[in-house]
Design a protein around this ligand. Structure first.
Ligand SMILES: Nc1ncnc2c1ncn2[C@@H]1O[C@H](COP(=O)(O)OP(=O)(O)OP(=O)(O)O)[C@@H](O)[C@H]1O
Length: 264
């Protein structure tokens, strides 16, 4: 039987430069204010978790980081979000998404081969030789801990893989443009425990040379993978701290109540 992933060795987030900086950020869906005066730094090459009850704005903030919110009609934002010191609303959104990749809750391979899934992004950035393509495919699938399972069927459809394999394929696809930041929106909520464990291990591994930001409803997952955790409630950032500190010694009453299961 596979061993459950049990990482709890958090890395320090003190004095780590932020790769994303949010300053007094507000966001409205038409008249509804979903994010209220958020200020937060995302440390580079660390894993950060967003936790909080349903509807508190975690996914909205995550989707802001690569301007996915641009696709929603009626969205209005105020305040600043910087990626590597540049205001993301003053840069080209497609260029931003090359550097800030996304993995969704439900695995969503494109209806094409495993190889084509991986090369989808890179092939749009430059013309690739067969060798270059092969190298990217092997590097990304190896990084996503999927190479050994699929190396003999790279030309088969990505849709033919199991749910857990599909999610690792989506992670490999997100890695193919060599992003600095990987956004993950409840990436294991549709997966079985073994696949969940593999993806959690991957998040920790990837956060050594990428920045990982994960939205999760699973408190144990946040403690296992994240170096820093931010707790949101009704569109506000209530508290952010190194993960061990936030879970063992929350400062705010609402954080204490949420962590002790008094509301969900
Ligand atoms: N496209 C949209 N149009 C209008 N309102 C939206 C839209 N997306 C989200 N909202 C609202 O904004 C608020 C924050 O939603 P969001 O999905 O960011 O919360 P969340 O904390 O990620 O929730 P969950 O944990 O359930 O995914 C909710 O009240 C939600 O109904």
């Amino acid at each position: 039987m596979e061993k459950e992933f049990t990482q709890t060795q958090h890395r320090s987030v003190a004095d780590v430069s932020p790769v994303i900086s949010v300053k007094h950020f507000n966001l409205w869906y038409t008249d509804f204010q979903a994010l209220k005066d958020i200020s937060l730094d995302i440390p580079e090459h660390r894993a950060t978790a967003f936790i909080g009850p349903s509807g508190c704005g975690k996914s909205t903030l995550l989707r802001t980081f690569n301007r996915m919110c641009d696709f929603v009609e009626g969205v209005r934002a105020e305040g600043v979000v910087e990626f590597k010191g540049q205001d993301i609303f003053k840069t080209d959104a497609n260029a931003l998404r090359v550097h800030v990749g996304m993995v969704f809750q439900h695995p969503n391979p494109f209806p094409m081969s495993i190889r084509e899934n991986i090369l989808y992004g890179p092939a749009r950035m430059k013309r690739l030789s067969r060798d270059e393509g092969d190298q990217i495919v092997e590097r990304c699938l190896t990084r996503a801990a999927l190479w050994d399972e699929v190396k003999d069927k790279l030309n088969q459809s990505g849709l033919g893989l199991s749910g857990g394999q599909q999610q690792r394929l989506c992670i490999a696809r997100a890695l193919a443009t060599s992003p600095d930041v990987l956004l993950m929106d409840e990436p294991t909520s549709a997966l079985d425990p073994i696949s969940t464990s593999m993806v959690e291990e991957l998040m920790v591994e990837l956060s050594r040379d990428h920045t990982v930001v994960v939205v999760t409803h699973n408190m144990q997952q946040a403690t296992r993978v994240a170096d820093k955790t931010a707790f949101f409630y009704l569109g506000q950032l209530i508290e952010e701290a190194p993960t061990a500190e936030l879970f063992s010694n929350p400062r705010e009453t609402r954080t204490q109540e949420y962590l002790s299961g008094r509301f969900s």
